[in-house]
Design a protein around this ligand. Structure first.
Ligand code: FEO
Length: 406
């Protein structure tokens, strides 16, 4: 283990020393189809500094990569930017092994780390805007509260002009390529959008504020070193920041996402005909069955949508369970500026679409019509109503800006 994992130099004084997780598929409910990385960085300064650590099962991989550059015991400082366990899980053990002079974290981070782990080490809290000297270079800290935890912070290394952005600008993608520009753009774009939708979407207003603050600070950023996936340099920094600005505004587009579950294919037929109506009006429908589409892919499609139409049959006086799972997840991520309606077929009581409507109301979706309910199997008249309902919605969104991806 000791000699097998190598660090990768990313700038004059900084090495990537993280871990690649090829097999993770469930990241607290988020389908990580392409795995992920836990990025950690080693700054070779007068005061040798480790920025973040990795998920605990990968601690030996982290130590091995550090050892390919320097004896880990020579690390003076550790920075914990974010207390979630994928970055802090091995901090107590790493402190025991390395015995660093200091471990810096935000004021809130010092509390959260102690709440997570049972260790006696005296952490050194840093305030928003505080800088520390590493001898021949400086590291400055900026709080990013609720991006995406209350204790989160980012750090800027002046000499190499690196912004360590923690989860911000991250993406779940296991690769040996360390920079986004070594990969096809569609690949990192897709995963960055999915990451934004599943992790950062509820905090979009804070993202816009942070982007303004960074802009006003006029930091020269040569490398945007995140904690997951490939990191950004050169023109890709501008691209990912532009995508964030766009996603954070949640501007509605001409895309309508139809989310549904079905029992005997009647609700599915309704979904398909609503899509035809939308398309006939000039909108772009995307139809997602909860039987085959993961909740984290559904919220990703909603990231740049203008409308959400949700359908479910009724079972035992309740909407189908899978759609409840999806709607609970989607509601928590707070997509905004959507319009839509609910639908579904039913046998006798038909509560499904009514219950879905409550979710839409809670999400402040502008509801353009009553629930579209069909008893048992939809016949010609019911299907015509589905088509017209889709068309009416399509007429409203067809002239919205074109969606950027499907
Ligand atoms: Fe990558 Fe919020 O942890």
């Amino acid at each position: 283990m000791q000699d097998n994992f190598k660090a990768l130099k990313i700038s004059d004084n900084v090495y990537w020393v993280g871990a690649i997780d090829w097999k993770i598929r469930d990241f607290h409910g988020y389908l990580t189809s392409r795995g992920t990385t836990y990025n950690a960085y080693l700054i070779i300064a007068d005061k040798v500094t480790l920025v973040d650590t990795v998920k605990s099962p990968y601690m030996k991989e982290l130590l091995s990569r550090i050892s390919s550059v320097i004896d880990p015991k020579k690390i003076d400082y550790i920075i914990s930017q974010h207390s979630e366990m994928d970055h802090s899980g091995c901090i107590p053990e790493i402190i025991n092994i390395i015995n660093p002079e200091k471990v810096f974290t935000s004021v809130a981070g010092a509390k959260v780390l102690k709440e997570h782990f049972d260790f006696d080490y005296d952490l050194t809290p840093v305030k928003n805007g505080e800088s520390i000297s590493l001898g021949n270079m400086n590291l400055s800290f900026y709080e990013t509260k609720m991006l995406h935890w209350p204790e989160s912070m980012i750090s800027y290394l002046d000499k190499d002009q690196i912004l360590f952005s923690q989860d911000g600008f991250g993406l779940h993608l296991a690769t040996y390529e360390r920079f986004s520009d070594q990969l096809p753009e569609y690949l990192w774009f897709e995963e960055a959008a999915k990451y934004y939708a599943n992790i950062l979407l509820p905090y979009s207003k804070l993202i816009l504020k942070l982007l303004d603050t960074l802009n006003a600070m006029k930091l020269n950023i040569k490398i945007l070193a995140n904690d997951h996936g490939p990191i950004f340099r050169g023109g890709d920094i501008f691209k990912i920041i532009s995508y964030y600005s766009y996603w954070a505004t949640q501007s509605p587009t001409n895309k309508a996402v139809i989310i549904y579950d079905t029992m005997w294919n009647s609700t599915e037929l309704m979904a398909r005909v609503i899509a035809e109506g939308l398309f006939s009006a000039g909108a772009i429908p995307v139809v997602m069955s909860t039987k085959v589409s993961h909740r984290s892919d559904i919220i990703t499609q909603l990231l740049d949508a203008g409308a959400m139409v949700v359908g479910a049959p009724t079972i035992n006086n309740m909407m189908f369970p899978e759609i409840q799972d999806v709607m609970s997840y989607v509601r928590g991520l707070k997509p905004e500026n959507l319009i839509g309606f609910t639908f579904g077929s039913y046998g006798w009581s038909g509560e499904g679409p009514k219950q879905l409507k409550i979710y839409l109301e809670e999400m402040k979706v502008k509801i353009i019509r009553d629930e579209l309910r069909v008893k048992n199997v939809p016949k010609d008249a019911a299907l015509k109503e589905c088509f017209e309902a889709g068309k009416a919605l399509g007429e409203i969104i067809k002239d919205y800006p074109k969606c950027k991806f499907l």
